[in-house]
Design a protein around this ligand. Sequence first.
Ligand SMILES: [Zn+2]
Ligand SMILES: [Zn+2]
Length: 660
Amino acid sequence: MEPSAQTTRVSVLLPYKFDTAFTYAADEPLAPGTLVRVPLGSRVVVGAVWDDAPDMAVKVKPIAGVYAVPPLPETTRKFIDWVAGYTLARRGDVLALGLKEQLLVAPPKRAKQFAFGGADPALPGPVLSPAQEAAATALCASVWAQKFEVTLLDGVTGSGKTEVYLEAVAEALRLGRQVMVLLPEIALSIQVLERFAARFGTAPAVWHSELTPAHRRETYRAVAEGRADVVVGARSALFLPFPKLGLIVVDEEHETAFKQEDGVMYNARDMAVVRAKFCACPVVLVSATPSLESVENAAQGRYRKLDLPSRHGGASLPKTHAIDLRQAPPERGKFLSPRLLAAMRETLERGEQAMLFLNRRGYAPLTLCRKCGHRIACPHCSAWLVEHRSHARLICHHCGHTIPKPVQCPSCEAENSFVPIGPGVERIAEEVAEAFPDTGALVMASDIIVGPAQAAEAARRINAREVGIIIGTQMVAKGWHFPLLTLVGVVDADLGLAGGDLRASEHTVQMLHQVAGRAGRAGAPGQVLLQTFAPEHPVIAALLSGDLQEFLAQEAAQRRPGHWPPFGRLAALIISATDERMADQAARDLARAAPRGQGIQVLGPAPAPIALLRGRFRRRLLLKTTREIAVQPLLRDWLARVEVPRVVRVDVDIDPVSFM
Ligand SMILES: [Zn+2]
Ligand SMILES: [Zn+2]
């Protein structure tokens, strides 16, 4: 339809796979950010009026309607453009992270949590220690000043970091501003939400993938209208349309869960800093085991650092010891050494609780035919299937492919010849049940504790002393506070050190230190026992001494000369295709056209460590540059120069965290 002379033109960005905004006709000028319905092919879809100049030359269709929702603020639109430019994603894909048609469809019923005034910063806070008080005062001053500033709040486990940043939250609320708190696994962070409720008299709004559609709609609307004053969310909360954001907190800033590994590949920790800059507000990065990136930023004066060097309330840090499995191995076919079992027994006799940590779900990571040695692998991935006895299945942890455990070996046809090799948490639970038949045990793993209700029930059972022994994967490393837990046993402290990933050592130290930090948080002193075959390894040595600063200094010394992050920049190209030769060919073509120059290095192509994933063959190239070189222009130019067949996918991962 030809628009009439009275109409005006607007650019509209659609939350779909388009980088460019489309031009539509409107009866009246619409402010940028206005949410509209527009025709797209035969459909009518949601879109946002964007700041781009409309195309005056083309024939255009009229918009179909305007949503009665506040427009996306300018800070949100600028942020979306910036994230797309940084990650080389299409702007529509970035818009889609925060805007979906379902969020706007029906006028929501006002849920009561947003109808009466919200959080009350005037409620009295807890009594803070002098160190906490000093840190809280510094953070409140930043909030009050309402200017961009990054603070790294580095406090040992149990030092009361949450209480400190809640005071900054209170200050923002007193100023009538909104607050965003990012957590790595919000759906399971029951205890953190409870602390918010205790401080402010009401639970915060939450934003994560497990919410019902109605709940999401109401939360989106409440954020956009400024009624939701505190939002605790997963990484996608970054893209909510806050009109008056006054503070961002990133808790557990070192966590790799902040990195989105598919679609738009962004690190929510780093993007939170950018978001704060656009909103001219402070951002606080919180951790007991800060990333080398953040520590280096603090050392260079880009971030301010505040320290909480001791535990709150007089509790002391747990003592850590290694159990050398070469000298004191477990019984044959078992995984818990006599010394660890003895320590567990003593702990339980004192009426306290013990936790065993093994970052491996399921019963056994490998199933092997004892007649012919055949191993059961996933047909779609280069990975072994993992036995899960709780589901009576073998499951691929990469693609979810699952089969019942075979009775007959497909290779040698022997019957009942399959044996489990190595432990997962379910197998440890079996060993615990044999050794402590009268003690309640609980397995905490992401396939067993699913969602907030089950996490809350697990916490209740532990605090009600129905559980004496907790057996957990990385799920237990974060945020939990169990006052009676005094012993942490790490079943395999060496797990995670193999693989040669750039940050394997750093991540292992962070995870095991966080797990260790669950011990002895109340009065009784805590103890940590690390089962290891390599007590002299720098990672184990750092955990034994507790000197994480020294460990990070060693890491820095190793990475600096080669310009590895954070002393240089890194981007990965992941080339994949269902046809192996096509993946290889495209990878070789890209390698031939790789950018060259001073301070630029391209590594690969090489088969990815997971060379086959969900039926696609994968090759990797790594672009490494010195810090002063921006990788995005190099990548844009590089990708534009190579013609890759449509069936070959090239994913760009800026600042990669996973090298799989
Ligand atoms: Zn698979
Ligand atoms: Zn066999």
